[in-house]
Design a protein around this ligand. Structure first.
Ligand code: PHE
Length: 460
C-alpha cells in the first residue's frame, strides 16, 4: 500500500512523500521548528546583553520585514515543487543551474546545525535531572556545575546521544505519524508550561513589573548598530529560515491552505513565545537582583542559582520546556537532510533517517567534546563555537539571501500566484519586499558576519 490516498492526499508510508494530516498539524509542526533554543535560550540572553526594550522593538520589526516575507517565499517554493530543498530549486527552474546550490547549502546547514544543536539540547536534558536532584550550594558551586558538564566529554556525549536517538525515533515515523503526531503532543505541553512559568514570574515573584519594563520600554540610547544587526540575524535563525526547513515543511502542505495566513500564524506564535519566555526568565532574574546581561550562561548558570530558591517545581518544568522546544526544532533539521535522500536518492525513510541521523550524531561528537579545538578567527576554539558561528553568520544568511532572490526574480510569476492564491495588493507588496527590502537587509547581516560593513568598527 505504497500509495493509498486519504481525502485527496497521499498517506505517508515511507515509500512515498508524506503530507500533513491537518492544518493545525502543520502549524504546530512549523511552530515547533521555529520555537527552539533560539527562543528560550538565545533570545532572552541576547536581549539582556543588548539592553532590553529597544532591541526587542528592532527584533519585532525584523520579524515583519525580513522573516515574514522569507517564510512565505520558502513555503511557496516548497509547496509548488513538493520537493526537498535541492529538488525544489531544480524543479522550479532549468535543471543543473547554480540555483541548486542553494538547496545543497540548506541540506548541509541542517546537518551542521543539528550536530551542535543536539549538544545544547543534551545539556537541557541533563538539567532536568539536575533539577530533580535540586540545586544547592553557593552561587559559584551551582555555576561551576555547568562548566563541569560542558567540559565532561562522557556526560555531554551521553546526552547528545539521547537527544539524537529521540530525533531519529520521531523522524523515522514519517511526516504525519512522526513529526505531526509528536508536535501535537509536545507543542501544547510547551505552551502550558510556558504560560504557567510566566504566571509564576508575574504573580509570585516581585520582578514581574521590572521584567515588563525591561522588555517593553524602549531605551534607544542603549541601541547600538551591533544590537540591530544581531536582532536581524536572530530573526531568521529563530524562524528556521535560510536553510530550507520551512521549504521542506511547506512541501508537505495541502493545496487548500493559505500560505500567508499560516506564515503569519507561525511567525506570531514564535514571537509571542520568545516574549513570554523573556518575561518568565527576567521576572526571576530581577526578583533576585541578578545581572540580565549574563550572556549565554543565563539559562544554565544564572537561573539554576535562582532555582535553588524556587525549588524543583519551577526548574523541572523549565528544563522540560527547553528540551521539548529543542526536540521539535531538531526533528525539522533532521527532516531537511532526510527528505533529500528520500526524494533524490530514493532511499526509504528508515534507511535515510538511520544513516543520516547516525552521521550527524558522529559529526556532533566534535562539538560534544569541548577539549577538541581548532584555531579560528585568531584563537583556539571548540567546534561547537565554530559551527555555531559559521552557520548563523554565513550559512543561514547566504541561504536566506539566495532563497529570497530566487523567489523574487527567478521563480515564475504564474507559479507564485498559484501558491499565493491572489495577485492583489498584498501579493504585490510581498514581491516588492522580496525583491528589494528583504535581500538588502539580509545582505547587511551577511556583510556584518564577514566583518565587512564600512560603518562598523571591527578592530576590537
Ligand atoms: N528556529 C530554531 C530555534 O529557534 C532553530 C532552527 C534553525 C531550526 C534553522 C531549524 C532550522 O531554535
Amino acid at each position: 500500500m505504497a500509495n493509498s490516498t486519504n481525502s485527496g492526499s497521499t498517506i505517508d508510508t515511507g515509500a512515498t512523500r508524506g503530507s500533513w494530516g491537518t492544518r493545525v498539524g502543520f502549524i504546530l509542526a512549523a511552530t515547533g521548528s521555529a520555537i527552539g533554543l533560539g527562543n528560550i535560550w538565545k533570545f532572552p540572553y541576547i536581549t539582556g546583553v543588548y539592553g532590553g526594550g529597544a532591541f526587542v522593538l528592532v527584533y519585532l520589526v525584523c520579524v515583519v520585514i525580513v522573516g515574514l516575507p522569507l517564510m512565505v517565499a520558502e513555503l511557496m517554493i516548497g509547496r509548488r515543487s513538493k520537493k526537498n530543498p535541492v529538488g525544489a530549486f531544480r524543479a522550479l527552474h532549468a535543471p543543473n543551474t547554480p540555483w541548486q546550490a542553494t538547496g545543497w547549502l540548506g541540506v548541509l546547514s541542517g546537518f551542521v546545525i543539528l550536530s551542535f544543536y543536539s549538544v545544547v539540547a543534551g545539556w537541557a536534558m541533563a538539567y532536568i535531572f539536575k533539577s530533580i536532584a535540586g540545586f544547592s550550594g553557593t552561587a559559584e558551586q551551582i555555576q561551576a556545575e555547568y562548566t563541569a558538564l560542558v567540559a565532561h566529554p562522557t556526560a555531554s556525549i551521553i546526552w547528545h546521544t539521547v537527544f539524537m536517538v529521540l530525533c531519529i525515533g520521531i523522524v523515522i515515523g514519517g511526516v504525519r505519524y512522526g513529526i505531526e503526531r509528536w508536535s501535537k503532543i509536545l507543542m501544547p505541553t510547551l505552551f502550558l508550561i510556558l504560560v504557567g512559568l510566566m504566571g509564576y514570574g508575574l504573580l509570585y515573584t516581585d520582578g514581574g513589573a521590572e521584567s515588563l519594563n525591561f522588555l517593553f520600554k524602549p531605551n534607544f540610547h542603549k541601541l547600538s548598530a551591533e544590537a540591530a544587526l544581531s536582532a536581524l540575524g536572530h530573526a531568521f535563525f529563530t524562524l528556521s529560515l535560510g536553510m530550507g526547513a520551512m521549504l521542506t515543511y511547506g512541501s508537505y502542505m495541502r493545496r487548500d491552505e493559505s500560505i500567508t495566513r499560516d506564515a503569519i500564524a507561525v511567525s506570531a506564535l514564535d514571537t509571542i513565545i520568545a516574549l513570554i519566555a523573556g518575561i518568565a526568565i527576567y521576572s526571576l532574574v530581577f526578583s533576585f537582583n541578578m545581572d540580565p546581561a549574563a550572556g549565554p550562561g543565563l539559562i544554565f548558570q544564572t537561573l539554576p542559582v535562582l532555582f535553588a530558591e524556587t525549588g524543583p517545581w519551577v526548574s523541572v518544568p523549565f528544563f522540560v520546556l527547553l528540551t521539548f522546544a529543542a526536540l521539535t526544532s531538531g526533528i525539522s533539521l533532521l527532516e531537511v537532510v532526510v527528505a533529500y535522500f528520500i526524494d533524490e536518492r530514493r532511499w526509504s525513510r528508515t534507511k535515510a533517517t538511520l544513516i543520516l541521523g547516525g552521521s550527524i550524531w558522529a559529526f556532533g561528537l566534535l562539538s560534544a567534546i569541548a577539549a577538541i579545538t581548532i584555531p579560528f578567527r585568531g584563537k583556539d576554539q571548540g567546534f561547537f563555537d565554530v559551527f555555531d558561528f559559521i552557520s548563523t553568520n554565513y550559512m543561514l544568511p547566504v541561504g536566506g539571501l539566495l532563497t529570497c532572490l530566487f523567489a523574487a526574480w527567478v521563480m515564475k510569476r504564474a507559479d507564485k500566484i498559484a501558491e499565493f492564491g491572489s495577485k492583489g495588493i498584498i501579493f504585490q507588496g510581498l514581491i516588492f519586499f522580496l525583491r528589494f527590502v528583504t535581500p538588502l537587509a539580509v545582505l547587511i547581516v551577511l556583510l556584518h558576519g564577514l566583518e565587512l560593513l564600512p560603518f562598523m568598527d571591527y578592530s576590537k
